[in-house]
Structures are given as structure tokens and as C-alpha cells.
Design a binder for this molecule. Structure first.
Ligand code: GDP
Length: 223
């Protein structure tokens, strides 16, 4: 069984952030943008990957978690979307910002090649410690999200599903969004049982930021 760790959104106030030590994502430094396997950094330190469909809100989520330092670029040019962009955290661990997938307007051949790159990174990267999957809370998990999870979950490594744009949902819809994602996870992955957290998130309203930080922090502490 998937261990579902449904964390209600706890918000996070600017006042609280001011007295806390900076989160490990804050102040990350750009390392490299890799467009092919040969350009990936030598596998050495643990990596946390951020994945999601194009337009799901991944760049916005990374930027908010990174303290709005524009670690990720909210609107990349189409060429850039094929790259895995690495940032080094203060702890020494790496964040890998994976290319968005599912963007309909991209030529099929290009789409296939970068999805192959993405797939091979997610399924074979020895130093990949955890995955943050960013999904639009209004849409839940789409087939490509489930495919990606299928390549990662059996390894037993932790996953955080950020159900973002939650500011667009009312209270009932928020509850339904988390319940829907949880149901989809249980239906698609009934056997493999790593810790999967589902967190309602909003980059614009700063919902779920503290909860997401706490989970990511637990992954990188001790690195
Ligand atoms: P990416 O392609 O997954 O990196 O998505 P972006 O971060 O570039 O966001 C795609 C669009 O969704 C942009 O227009 C963002 O302004 C918007 N967006 C991202 N996060 C949120 C959010 O939490 N709430 C709302 N209302 N809009 C968001």
C-alpha cells in the first residue's frame, strides 16, 4: 500500500519565515543545464528532482520555495524546456528542474526525445533521492504524471505531489482535489509503498509552502 501522508495546507506567514533559518532551497546556485545524458553532472551528491506537465506551475513553485530568487525561469523559451537545470543547495545536495512534459504544440519528434531523456534520468539516475511532482490541483494526475510516477515509485524513494494553483479552488474543491489525487495514487500504485505526500500548494497565495519546505528539508538534512 502507498503510505499516504496527506498534509493539510498550513499556509506559512511572512512573520514566521523571518525568524526561521533559511530553508535549504533558498540561495541555491546554478550548476549546469543538461540537454543530454552526457551533460549530466557526475553522480555524487543526492539530487531532488522537480517534475510536472508544462504550465502546471513548477517554475513558480520552485521560485517560491527558493525565496523568489528565480532559480527556475517562469517562462522558458522552447529550447530551454528540453534541459534538466541543476542547482546546488547550501547543503550540497542538487535540485534538478526537469523539462516540462505534455506540451501539445511541440513537434512530436522533439517531444519524444526530451521525454526519453526525462524518463531515463528519472528511472536510472543513481543519485536521485526524491521527486517533487507538480500538478495543477484543478486537473489532478494526468496520464504522463502517472507514467513518470510509475518509473520512480517502485524504487521506494519519497515523492511529494504539490497540488498547485490551489488558490483557484474553494474549500470543498481543495478537499476534493487532495482526495482525488490520493485515490488515483492508490488505484495506480496499490503495491509499491514509499512515502507519498500530497500537499495543496499555491505559489501566488503562498499556501502549503511551509509544509513543502518541511518535507524537502527532511530529505536534504544530513546531506
Ligand atoms: P511551469 O511551466 O510548470 O513551470 O509553470 P509556470 O510556473 O510557468 O506557471 C504557469 C502559469 O500558471 C503561469 O501563468 C503562472 O503565473 C501560473 N501559476 C503558477 N502557479 C500558480 C499558482 O499557484 N496560482 C495561480 N493562480 N497561478 C499560478
Amino acid at each position: 500500500m502507498i503510505k499516504r501522508n496527506i498534509v493539510p495546507d498550513s499556509g506559512g506567514t511572512p512573520q514566521a519565515a523571518a525568524v526561521k533559518p533559511p530553508h535549504p532551497l533558498v540561495g541555491g546556485e546554478f550548476v549546469i543545464a543538461a540537454a543530454a545524458a552526457a551533460q549530466l553532472p557526475e553522480p555524487s551528491v543526492p539530487e531532488i528532482a522537480f517534475a510536472g506537465r508544462s504550465n502546471a506551475g513548477k517554475s513558480s513553485a520552485i521560485n517560491v520555495l527558493a525565496g523568489r530568487t528565480r532559480l527556475a525561469f517562469a517562462s522558458r523559451t522552447p529550447g530551454r524546456t528540453q534541459q534538466i537545470v541543476f542547482f546546488r543547495l547550501r547543503s550540497g545536495a542538487l535540485v534538478a528542474d526537469l523539462p516540462g512534459y505534455g506540451y501539445a504544440a511541440v513537434a512530436k519528434a522533439i517531444k519524444q526525445s526530451w521525454q526519453d531523456f526525462l524518463w531515463s534520468y528519472v528511472t536510472t539516475r543513481s543519485t536521485l533521492a526524491a521527486l517533487v511532482l507538480v500538478v495543477d490541483s484543478r486537473h489532478g494526475l494526468r496520464p504522463l504524471d502517472l507514467e513518470l510516477l510509475g518509473g520512480f515509485l517502485p524504487s521506494g524513494r519519497p515523492v511529494l505531489v504539490l497540488a498547485t494553483k490551489a488558490d483557484k479552488l474553494n474549500t470543498t474543491e481543495k478537499r476534493a482535489a487532495v482526495a482525488g489525487i490520493t485515490r488515483e495514487l492508490a488505484a495506480a500504485f496499490p503495491v509499491h509503498g514509499p512515502a507519498v505526500s500530497v500537499v495543496l500548494f499555491s505559489a501566488t497565495a503562498h499556501l502549503g509552502v511551509t509544509t513543502a519546505e518541511t518535507i524537502i528539508e527532511s530529505w536534504v538534512s544530513g546531506v
